[in-house]
Design a protein around this ligand. Sequence first.
Ligand code: ZN
Length: 250
Amino acid sequence: MTITLASVIASSRRIVFFGGAGVSTESGIPDFRSAAGLYATASGSRTPEYMLSDDCLWDEPETFWEFHRRHLIHPEARPNAAHRALAALEASGVLTAVVTQNIDGLHQSAGSRTVHELHGSVHRNHCLGCGRPMPLDEVLATTGVPRCPVCGAMVRADVVLYGESLDPAVADAAVRAIEDADTLIVGGTSLNVYPAAGFALRYPGERLVLINQSPTLFDRRAALLVREPIGRALAPWDPGPADAEPVTGN
Ligand code: ZN
């Protein structure tokens, strides 16, 4: 009897999807590590890890924000077939959560509601002085280092930087969802980068599906390996692009 992605999904009730950068590359968003590598090459001694670190934020905020604006904010990006398929599976009641390492908000744009953003989101920013939230639109209306319109202090993005820990509440919620899943689908990540592997290891079941074009360290644990681009693999569940803004109500 052949196991397929369709048969696994059809027999699941509590799917959790765990995704990495590969989920967003099909929306035109490059893996930020490769972007950081390119930038670092053009910036002398700065390493990718430094460009994305809390040290850079505090010591060279102009450099931090220039990199952040150029490589991490992609307001033109739209959800792809994978984002739309996952939102549809959640709406149909068989997918309980998306756990993502991406910071672009595209799952929510596609209509996903329960999204655990391990590394935060470029859509959320806040003032380091008074804590006032600053939506992305407001940040994009500024240049250089964004400043709080109320107190004048520097604004930072609510993304997890090198040198910082994951938000414990977000990590705990992600682990609870994974531990409660009957099926874990991992896509767009090689699981080689900490902490991704640690989250996948929390899945207690036998129905691990890996959708990745290259081998991963978890291949031997998987019940099913799908060696296709994530958008193509999930295309059968894609309801198609919506012309309007995402529907947020019923
Ligand atoms: Zn402020």
